[in-house]
Write a protein that binds this ligand. Structure first.
Ligand code: 8X3
Length: 252
């Protein structure tokens, strides 16, 4: 009997990461959930196991290279890596943005993805059929006022995905980039505005049905489960009410 393929999901403690872990588990992967918040990923792993699927939890900060390398020693082969950990901090103009925020966003979104991808690439290649997903953003493809450091970091992730795809062509590993637009999750905007829930709510005010974490997890799972020779290079997904980063239809 063939072994159950393993999928590692970073940032699996909430939002798109958690939804992706649930959906990949339901699609037949043994899912390894990683995030800094151990209690959350342990609870989610228990929920997935109770549903009759397979999951384990491993507390990990993707910016800690030594910890990432240690984590990677557990994998001789790996089918899927979903680089989801990351996020936004602040929405200040370039003129006044805090360099510390820019640095932190680069560190979590770009270096975090780089760390985990580098550490697990041998196992992905060794599987003979590996898939790397980079969860970037429409902020990785064009800018908007106040996007500043987040847009710069997401462009970095986009470039990482594009460059890696060029460099490893000919190996049995796909690089898929999924770039969501407006997604309403419990934490993204609240983290961006440092706990200011009023500011966070304004992001989605009057928007008829922003995407949900499940909508994005669905696109990730679809891309990952295409036949091995099919590489979904870049999948841009927005709610119907959003035509571009700055063109959003609001009813109020
Ligand atoms: C999230 C999309 O528009 O907040 O990655 O930058 S946006």
């Amino acid at each position: 009997m063939a072994a159950t393929p393993i999928a590692v999901v970073t940032g699996a403690s909430s939002g798109i990461g958690a939804a992706t872990a649930r959906q990949l588990a339901a699609a037949g992967y043994r899912v390894v959930l990683t995030a800094r918040r151990k209690d959350r990923i342990e609870a989610l792993a228990a929920e997935i196991n109770e549903a009759g699927h397979q999951a384990t939890a491993y507390a990990l900060d993707v910016t800690d290279r030594a910890a990432v390398d240690e984590f990677a020693t557990a994998f001789r082969t790996l089918a899927v890596l979903v680089n989801n950990a990351g996020g936004a901090l602040g929405a200040d103009p370039v003129a006044t943005g805090d360099p510390a925020d820019w640095r932190q966003m680069y560190e979590t979104n770009v270096i975090g993805t780089l760390n985990v991808t580098q550490a697990l690439l041998p196992a992905l290649t060794g599987s003979g059929d590996g898939t790397i997903v980079v969860l970037s953003s429409t902020a990785g493809l064009s800018t908007y006022e106040g996007g500043g450091g987040y847009v710069a970091a997401k462009h970095g992730e986009h470039v990482l995905a594009e460059t890696l795809r060029l460099e490893i062509v000919g190996t049995p590993v796909r690089v898929i980039e999924v770039a969501p637009g407006m997604v309403r999750t419990e934490e993204f905007a609240t983290t961006r505005f440092r706990g200011d829930t009023e500011k966070a709510a304004k992001v989605y005010a009057g928007v008829d049905a922003p995407l949900t974490a499940d909508d994005v997890a669905d696109t990730i799972t679809w891309a990952v489960t295409r036949p091995s020779h099919v590489n979904i290079d870049l999948l841009v997904v927005r709610p119907r009410a959003q035509a571009s980063n700055s063109k959003v239809h609001r009813t109020s």
